[in-house]
Write a protein that binds this ligand. Sequence first.
Ligand code: ADP
Ligand code: MG
Length: 383
Amino acid sequence: MLSFQAVCKEYPDGTVAVDHLTLDVGRGELVALIGPSGCGKSTTLRMVNRLVEPTGGTILVDGRDNRAYHPVELRRRLGYVIQQIGLMPHLTIAENIAFVLRLNGVPPKQRRRRAQELMHLVGLDPDQYLDRYPRELSGGQQQRIGVLRALAHDPDIILMDEPFGALDPLIREQLQDELKRLQKAVHKTILFVTHDMDEALRIADRIVLMRDGRIVQAAEPEQMLRQPADAFVAEFIGRHRMLRQASEVAVREVMFDNPVTAEASIGLAQALERMRQRRVNSLMVLDADGRFLGVARLDEVTRLLEQGKQAHVGELARLAQACVHPDDPALSAMRQMLWYRVDAVPVVDEGGRLAGLVTRSALAGVLDDALRVTSAEPLAKAQ
Ligand SMILES: Nc1ncnc2c1ncn2[C@@H]1O[C@H](COP(=O)(O)OP(=O)(O)O)[C@@H](O)[C@H]1O
Ligand SMILES: [Mg+2]
């Protein structure tokens, strides 16, 4: 469908942006082009629609050299979405979506119908939005319209250059899912540029990792995760692996199982003394039967003492807000730390007993190991 044959691009200033790139994208396939900034992703994309002319090699669109097409015919076959969607502010949403259709001489009624049809594809109500102007839509909605605009003239191939880069993570995930659904529904061939490994893993049928204008590895997502071609690929996916690791390892494997405890009945001064002795900044408070009541924190105990309060630790150990089960993934402990802004999360079993404590440094240790494993693997294989 789309074929790069030893394609090169050297800019006039001598920068070699793309260096003998050879790649086939099959019909209906979604290929994610990924790599660090400046590795030549955008240049590769822009050579397809001839915004940039290659200095070597050939690009075939549907089996035919893209230089042999009449520019209008080439544009008809390609859709192009970029991050700065650049909807035209003085045109309504309907007019924006149908922009290329108008250029192609499609009559107004048909354009309107097409715009309505497309809005349904991305779950936006046409009656509500088609006659609005871009500024009246949220960023995520505008980005959807940008995608629709590229689909409107029904191109075979869609080129997308970090289309969701500027959006917040939740909306980005929604749009990624939507794109995947669209691709399945309308069988478009999509070349998608991103620098976000999670995005690539989420949507791509195949991931092509580039570095310095060359392809380092082209593989299905799962295969790339399992068998990174070299240390560079491993490093690149390391960050992602870290998170995966945190979701695969159970809390019980990272917790330490004898945190410093205190009975609910001891006084504040006594609690403070115990924290000093044991060099900790919190105590796990247990009731008389040894069941977990909550956490007494150093700063709280100190503050109450300074105010001259008489109290038992049991009174300030409200049931800890942050709390995980031994079988939970380590990732949930991490989330709770971030959410509740604490450095440690108590681990409590189904019987209400304290099983242990996950600390920030224990978690960091796990993630560190994941990184080391990631970068060590390919080296080990090479030996
Ligand atoms: N018009 C240009 N003139 C000179 N160098 C360019 C031009 N466009 C891009 N480059 C250079 O080509 C390389 C690849 O750029 P680009 O394709 O934009 O990378 P990416 O999209 O992967 O970040 C970079 O070193 C960049 O500075
Ligand atoms: Mg780019």
